[in-house]
Design a protein around this ligand. Structure first.
Ligand SMILES: [Zn+2]
Ligand SMILES: [Zn+2]
Length: 292
């Protein structure tokens, strides 16, 4: 009898502790499909093609780094063709229908009113409820940190610069990042919209004129918080990636720090971010579905 109890105890211990279920395989990277600057305006063709590519690549989750809506009032001072909350709702519904966990922040084109209206519509959406995909939506204005087993996620909704933000928009508080980062115990992937200040020729904050427009304050807080991995959008023309020292990182180059701008999905550009838990390194890949 004693022997039987011992065998049962040992089996329980092996099954209980040895099960790999829920733990990532360290030899395989975690992959995030990255979208930013969709500015939908009733046109979801590029988004659909990008989501198809994410499916082919079998990504683990999707990140949307702001500017889902166009907000013509903010961009051009004219009334919206399609209401912003409708654009945000449609972008997220189409994404959620693919069934991936989706981490989303607003950029500098979303108002709080439009954002909250879209979130409420998604919560009440019968179809998403039926296919049980609503639960895969992570509104990262509400959930600021995610303590994952592989790489932790931290969000910075909106932009630090009030000048680029509409009335009732999301102003990013960079100082909060340091406090929030202290809650996390693994490497951090920051999801932001407006980038930190760069210095090199290939920065992710460079306008066509060559001017760097990123936030110096955000850069300092990221350094203090030891944030080595981040995705940003906003500067449509400066797709690409740099490391912590602002040196250019090429696609598929594996590196120990990576700040990635996937380019504007509005123009058919997106990306995939790979993180290797085994040695804490990352790489990216460009996804181009059209040259609009
Ligand atoms: Zn944009
Ligand atoms: Zn923007």
């Amino acid at each position: 009898m004693k022997k039987l109890i011992l065998v049962l105890l040992i089996s329980f211990f092996i099954i209980g502790c040895g099960s790999p279920q829920g733990f990532p395989d360290p030899s395989k990277p975690t992959t995030f499909g990255i979208i930013a600057d969709i500015h939908a305006d009733g046109d979801y063709d590029n988004l659909g093609k990008i989501l198809d590519r994410f499916e082919e690549k079998e990504v683990d989750a999707i990140i949307i780094a702001g500017d889902l809506s166009l907000n013509e009032q903010h961009s051009y001072g004219r009334p919206d063709k399609v209401e912003d909350d409708e654009e945000i709702y449609m972008v997220l519904k189409r994404t959620l229908m693919r069934g991936y966990p989706t981490y989303v922040i607003p950029g500098n084109h979303e108002t709080k009113e439009a954002w909250n209206k879209a979130m409420a519509r998604l919560k009440d959406d019968d179809f998403l409820d039926k296919i049980k995909n609503y639960d895969k939506l992570f509104d990262m204005t509400k959930i600021r940190t995610l303590d994952r087993k592989d790489i932790d996620i931290l969000s910075l909704p909106g932009c630090v610069d009030e000048k680029v933000t509409p009335e009732d928009g999301f102003i990013a508080d960079a100082d909060e990042l340091f406090v929030l980062s202290q809650r996390l115990d693994d490497d951090i992937l920051l999801i932001g919209h407006c980038p930190p200040l760069g210095s090199g020729d290939h920065g992710i904050d460079v306008l066509e004129s060559g001017k760097h427009v990123g936030s110096e304050h955000l850069l300092e807080v990221m350094q203090d918080s030891d944030i080595k991995f981040a995705v940003f959008g906003h500067i449509h023309e400066s797709a690409g990636a740099v490391d912590q020292k602002d040196a250019e990182v090429m696609p598929r180059q594996v590196t120990s720090s990576l700040f990635f701008n996937p380019g504007a999905s509005q123009d058919g550009s997106a990306g995939i971010f790979y993180y290797y838990k085994v040695d804490g390194r990352a790489k990216y890949e460009e996804i181009i579905v059209s040259n609009k």
